[in-house]
Write a protein that binds this ligand. Structure first.
Ligand code: SF4
Ligand code: SF4
Length: 115
């Protein structure tokens, strides 16, 4: 990774199913036991009755300050384990500049950049 390139994760929460796989995979990677917090935490909202009469459910996993972007894995050329284990393939790891372009092209996405 070049020193001047920032990396991050783009989360397309339109397709997040709320399965918690990213949470669990991350806890294993970071060695976090019960009660020791999360490297990524799924936030859930709804069901909410919208003005159009449809119910909306929102699932959005948000990385915490414990997230190091799976440095040990990415240094070996592997994907972050949350991205690898997402069955919905709604998480993308990459350069922030490239992810920002993807984010601009579609709504209902969040771009995470670590500290
Ligand atoms: S990239 Fe961050 S949130 Fe995802 S598994 Fe690795 S440490 Fe956890
Ligand atoms: S693994 Fe993917 S689909 Fe499952 S909660 Fe995480 S982001 Fe959503």
């Amino acid at each position: 990774m070049a020193a001047d390139e920032k990396y991050g994760i783009l989360i397309d929460y339109e397709w997040c199913t709320g399965c918690h796989s990213c949470e669990m995979a991350c806890k294993v990677e970071l060695g976090l036991k019960e009660g020791e917090g999360y490297g990524i935490k799924l936030h859930e909202d709804g069901p909410t009755l919208m003005p159009n009469g449809k119910y909306e459910y929102l699932y959005l996993p948000i990385p915490t300050s414990l997230c190091d972007l799976c440095a040990a894995r990415t240094e070996m050329g592997k994907l972050p384990t949350c991205v690898h284990h997402c069955q919905a393939a709604c998480m993308t790891y990459g350069k922030v500049s490239e992810l920002a372009e993807k984010a601009a092209a579609k709504p209902k996405q969040c771009l995470f950049v670590p500290c």
